[in-house]
Design a protein around this ligand. Sequence first.
Ligand code: ITT
Length: 197
Amino acid sequence: MKIFFVTGNKGKLLEASELLGPLGHNVVQFAHNGVIPEFSEPQSEGIEEVAISKMEQALGMIPGEIDSDSAVIVEDAGLFIGSLGGFPGPYSSYVEDKLGLDGILRLMEGKTNRNAEYRAVVAFHHDGITHTFRGACEGSIGSEKRGDGGFGYDPIFIPRSSNGRTCAEMTASEKSVISHRGEALRKLLEFISLPST
Ligand code: ITT
């Protein structure tokens, strides 16, 4: 299947290609008239609403252009920090831009509870229907940035099952085995492998 991934984030695109490519799916970045579009993200909603809103905006650009061998996916993700009441959550992108990872580390200074979770929702549109799949990855916020792999919050996020390494210290395939995006995409894969789809 040819899968158009609506994202401006090359890290996400790479992770999806690594997982779906070997199974024969061709993941390409969604573009409209050769341009990667930017979408408005509703700021006060959960990540599922954000993913569905972006899917509707993308489909609105290409009415009737998706054939039965193709599909569109949108993925919205965020970092939810327990002691900050789930912040930055759906605002993760904005906060990464404005505060950066150093800003998050400052907000976490002196906090003993450093539990956090990455969450992802993948919206998948095929044959006129949009389905959603969720994934989560539990872990904690480190006390400093470590590693140069991955993207976004990876240098400060330590998954529970990584022996203390941050996601940025893991390879893309190691991250994919335990990540929120990996889990959501594996659920999607299971769904598209069903005989009825
Ligand atoms: P889109 O174009 O797909 O929306 P984005 O980077 O804006 O790309 P999101 O809104 O889904 O993606 O991501 C929210 C924030 O969470 C953003 O700052 C990402 O860098 C960060 N994030 C999402 N998944 C991540 C991951 O696997 N590792 C590290 N940071 C992640």
